[in-house]
Design a protein around this ligand. Structure first.
Ligand code: GDP
Ligand code: MG
Length: 720
């Protein structure tokens, strides 16, 4: 004998395990009890080619939770004895329910293969199962057997040994996404577990975290004797638990089960099983899915829903937007009146109020958007969107699992590329992950929205929703085209099959939707109050210092005196003085550090129609995209002398002679595509490497600029 291999037979009770075990081992078996308990332990062995094969019959179980002794024993054998391969015996006539256990083996990471037993029964019932496709989707061997007659057992053994040798004992845990709420907690817990090496000698970190979320007695008890990390984990779990109860009216445990069944559902939906014609009672979810993910109506409904979202947002958002604008206008005027002229006034009014106000002004719109997104997410429809997009994504070298990172990054409206890039973890193929990660920042994230909204308000106020919708479609088109380009050049490789979770539909609770909306709005506000405020003040300083040299200030004063003494008509005098004020403000801004940086880039950036002031905003935007609007706010308010007459920013831009429609379109394109913000770049580096993070910064900027120049040149030369 050259080798030995251990095969563990596992499966739900009554799946035919014992029958199969007997068929394989014949008389060569011995039966005992697991130490200390009355659960039977059966073992047998045989020789196959030059391998000595030991076979362990695990106790039958429905899952790998700590619900019964059988389940605990099965789990213990797997982690302590680490068999070379688990053969999961599945009743082919009850595929959906029996795959639940298989999913947990995948999550544990142990090498596992399936055998569809009771194939004789399945055939009698007229079920057709596409075993090959199932094997592709699950990425493990699948064989068919009839344990009672021993049919298929030889193939089973050969494939098992072959696959065990292939995997070489390496555990590869499957990462399932459990929805935004749980994933956030899971990731945080995994970080803690890995840092403390908490139980990681026995289990994968994510598995431990999942067991904590499932309130697994055994793990939780064992954890307490290990160290203080256990209590931190329990604390985190209790937070998530409360969160799930209040927002979704369910427990983490139930959510986890939902998503696991969702995963099974999405696999089986891909024409794995062909049932004979018969009227079986379908669940509400299935009925809804028949319409909502129908090949023809599904995409139509999807576009309808998304378009309606844009319309509702702009129609409803207009009124509160006005209130916010007036409020910040009033605040600026009050501050100007209260604080004496000078540096401090400029800092408070131009740096803080106009900067942060420009960003805060969009809170109502963003709140309405998030409200609708929260509704779609909580109802389960968002997962269907990803499911439907899979077919399209595949054509461009991406994967159905890329849809979630895209959507999270703002693919529907107003996301954030940071969690978006993190969500690419669910992609198992490194190449598809890379393509997703580089293109996800193209999506119109919540920080880019204010820029678009500002420009739309200034130049396209007639068709707000249509333009926003086109920007979103444009972002998708670019993401798809660029990933196609990348996937057929520098990151070539085969596509991997689609496996994603389709949770059941549920009616979102009002409370849940409101809480989810508030979480995101608050995140936005907090960012405006911290990062944006800091960058805004920094940029204000860069736009204020160094101050104009005295001789130039004197020159402007000379001009004023000249006007005051020579022009007698009061009206003419005040317009001329105002003109001088504006010229001085412009000169001051241009002389500042920021102005000089902006001017430095101007010779190149003007090809796309960007003047030096836009350049300042775009450089600031690298820190955080919201800063683009706040910088415009500061730049135009520094140029504006009389705050009593300060018009809304969009109006100022619309009437500025250096702006036109094509400048606006070109800027929209550039902002959409150019370098991801700094935090995203760091996240990308963590998820891939600094090389790719830098690549995407340079590549995306070059691409954005190229397109912006093309649009601007064509627009201004040919169309006007
Ligand atoms: P266990 O609980 O998983 O050990 O299942 P058993 O091996 O005890 O089998 C449960 C029942 O299913 C027994 O009555 C078996 O005879 C029957 N059975 C097992 N495999 C097959 C099969 O492939 N086809 C059919 N028709 N019956 C089977
Ligand atoms: Mg049995």
């Amino acid at each position: 004998m050259n080798h030995t291999a251990t095969i563990a037979l596992a499966g739900n009770p009554n799946s035919g395990k014992t029958t199969l075990f007997n068929a394989i081992t014949g008389a060569r078996q011995h039966v005992g009890n697991y130490p200390g308990i009355t659960v039977e332990r059966k073992e047998g062995s045989l020789n196959l080619n030059d391998t000595r094969v030991n076979i362990v019959d695990l106790p039958g179980c429905y899952s790998l939770s700590a619900f019964s002794q059988e389940e605990l024993v099965a789990r213990k054998v797997l982690v302590d004895e680490r068999p070379d391969i688990v053969v999961d015996i599945v009743d082919a006539t009850k595929l959906e329910r029996h795959l639940y256990l298989a999913i947990q083996f995948f999550e544990l990471g142990i090498p596992v293969m399936l055998t569809l037993n009771m194939m004789d029964e399945a055939n009698k019932k007229g079920l057709r199962i596409d075993t090959e496709k199932l094997s592709t989707l699950l990425k493990c061997p699948v064989v068919e057997t009839v344990a009672r007659s021993g049919e298929g057992k030889q193939e089973l053994l050969e494939k098992a040994l072959h696959y065990a040798a292939d995997r070489g004992g390496v555990w590869e845990p499957l990462e399932i996404s459990y929805g935004a709420d749980l994933d956030t907690a899971l990731n945080a817990m995994v970080e803690k577990i890995e840092a403390a090496r908490f139980m990681t000698n026995r289990y994968p970190a994510r598995w431990v975290a999942l067991k904590y979320l499932e309130s697994d007695d055994e793990i939780v008890t064992a954890g307490r004797s290990i160290g203080s990390v256990a209590f931190e984990l329990e604390e985190m779990v209790s937070e998530v638990d409360t969160h799930c109860r209040t927002t979704l009216n369910t427990t983490p445990e139930a959510l986890i089960a939902d998503y696991r069944y969702g995963l099974i559902n999405s696999i089986l939906r891909q024409d794995i099983i062909e049932r004979p014609q018969q009227v079986d009672r379908r669940e509400l979810t299935d009925k809804l899915d028949n319409v909502l993910t129908n090949r023809l109506f599904g995409p139509l409904i999807m576009f309808g829903v998304l378009y309606a979202m844009f319309q509702i947002t702009f129609t409803l958002g207009e009124i509160p937007m006005g209130w916010f604008e007036s409020f910040f206008g009033w605040l600026g005027n009050t501050a100007t009146a209260l604080i004496p002229d000078g540096m401090l006034q400029s800092l408070i009014v131009s740096g803080v109020i106009d900067g942060v106000g420009g960003v805060m002004g969009f809170v109502p719109l963003i709140a309405i958007m998030f409200l609708m997104i929260a509704f779609l997410e909580d109802s389960g429809y968002m997962a269907r969107v990803a499911y439907m997009l899979d077919r399209v994504l595949r054509m461009f070298g991406l994967h159905g699992c890329s849809a979630m990172p895209f959507i999270i990054s703002g693919g529907i409206m107003g996301g954030c590329a940071v969690p978006g890039v993190m969500a690419t973890r669910t992609l198992r193929s490194p190449k598809e992950k890379l393509a997703t990660l580089i293109t996800a920042p193209f999506m119109p994230c919540g920080a880019k929205l204010p820029v678009f909204l500002l420009l739309i308000a200034a130049f396209f106020s007639e068709n707000e929703a249509q333009i926003m919708f086109s920007i979103t479609l444009g972002a998708w088109a670019m993401a798809l085209l660029v990933s196609k380009l990348l996937r057929s050049t520098i990151i070539k490789g085969e596509p991997t099959p689609f496996v994603m979770e389709l949770p059941p539909y549920r009616l979102p609770t009002l409370r849940g939707v409101l809480i989810h909306t508030w979480e995101r709005v608050w995140q936005y506000i907090r960012k405006a109050g911290t990062v944006i405020l800091a960058v805004s003040i920094l940029l204000w300083a860069a736009m204020t210092f160094p101050q104009l040299p005295e001789n130039q200030v004197n020159a402007f004063n000379q001009q004023r005196i000249a006007v005051a003494t020579n022009v007698m008509d009061m009206e003419q005098r005040s317009t001329q003085l105002e003109k001088i004020d504006n010229q001085e403000a412009q000169a001051t801004l241009r002389y500042s550090v920021a102005g000089q940086i902006g001017s430095f880039f101007e010779p190149v950036s003007q090809w796309a129609g960007f003047d030096w002031r836009t350049n300042i905003a775009l450089v600031g935007g690298f820190a955080a995209k919201e800063v683009i609007v706040s910088t415009f706010g500061t730049a135009y308010s520094l140029g504006e002398i009389d705050p009593e007459e300060a018009a809304p920013l969009s109006h100022q831009i619309a009437t500025d002679p250096s702006w036109n429609k094509y400048t606006a379109i070109s800027l929209i394109i550039f902002v959409l595509l150019y370098a991801p913000c700094f935090v995203t770049v760091v996240t990308m580096a963590k998820e891939s490497s600094w090389g790719w993070a830098v690549f995407s910064t340079v590549f995306n900027t070059a691409l954005g600029f190229g397109l912006a120049v093309a649009v601007y040149q064509v627009g201004t030369r040919l169309l006007t």
